[in-house]
Design a protein around this ligand. Sequence first.
Ligand code: SF4
Ligand code: MG
Length: 316
Amino acid sequence: MLEVSNLEVAFGPVAPLSGVSFALDKGETLGIVGESGSGKSLTAMSVMGLLPLSGGRITAGSIVFDGQELTTLSEPAYRRLRGGRIGLITQNPMTSLDPLQKIGPQVDKVAVLHLGMTAREARARTVEILGTLRIPEPALICERYPHQMSGGMKQRIVIAMALAADPDVLVADEPTTALDVTVQAQIIRLLDDLVKERDLSLVLITHDMSVVAQTCDKVVVMYAGRAIEHGPVGAIFGAPQHPYTQALIGCIPKGLGQDEQLTGIPGTVPTVLNYPKGCPFHPRCPRAQGICATDRPAHVTQGDSAVACHFPGERA
Ligand code: SF4
Ligand code: MG
């Protein structure tokens, strides 16, 4: 359904993203995980064709959606796709919702625009979708304004807008970051159910490895603008090969008791302007050797997984 190969993005002379590859089938959930500044959102924006808005451009690689190359797509064609066959759910619901407009018309217009429905047909569809998202009294909610709703409800409305055009792929960029922990779990479960019920493909961007473990089929681990390891969730969590992936998995709270210590990853994430030479993780890597500071590791493929490390292997 969606295949990204060797994606590279540049802002002028700076290349914050390079060598990002992944593939997603119908009905699959792919997690893109990494610390902030690792390139997760840039990857999402590239897929959505929204890079030009921020002054970035794709300088290499390809994005193929349902057989169609997107990197060379015209803006009008992209506009039909975006919010149509590819839906976006952002971190902050208020970037997607108009505070001055009632909920109903905001959701209705997606189906009017992308499916050519009449206003009446669109409203019936809106009410139905809000019901699917377990929003109580959907017809009443249509008459409310965003500020009259909780954060979790607003995020459900954003999901409803993303679903209204009957998309094939949903891209959710940290969809629960702005919400309370209990609401976060509800929204993640809701997305998980939607993927199964509607046979959607979901790209779930998160910094939370436990969310990936619970909901995703595949995972891409990003570091300093590179996909440093990717593959099926079972394989990556069962036997991570990259020291950074191993450290991320080591940071997941096991919930064994209140005395449990979280293993942090020493050092800080490099920013785009000072990506280290060689392997970008070498200043923080417990396994680094001389070559790591000078030579960028290529991806080594093993089954459906790939890792970019000179010394891949299970943790000592
Ligand atoms: Fe560590 Fe070297 Fe592998 Fe990078 S290439 S993760 S520095 S061992
Ligand atoms: Mg982000």
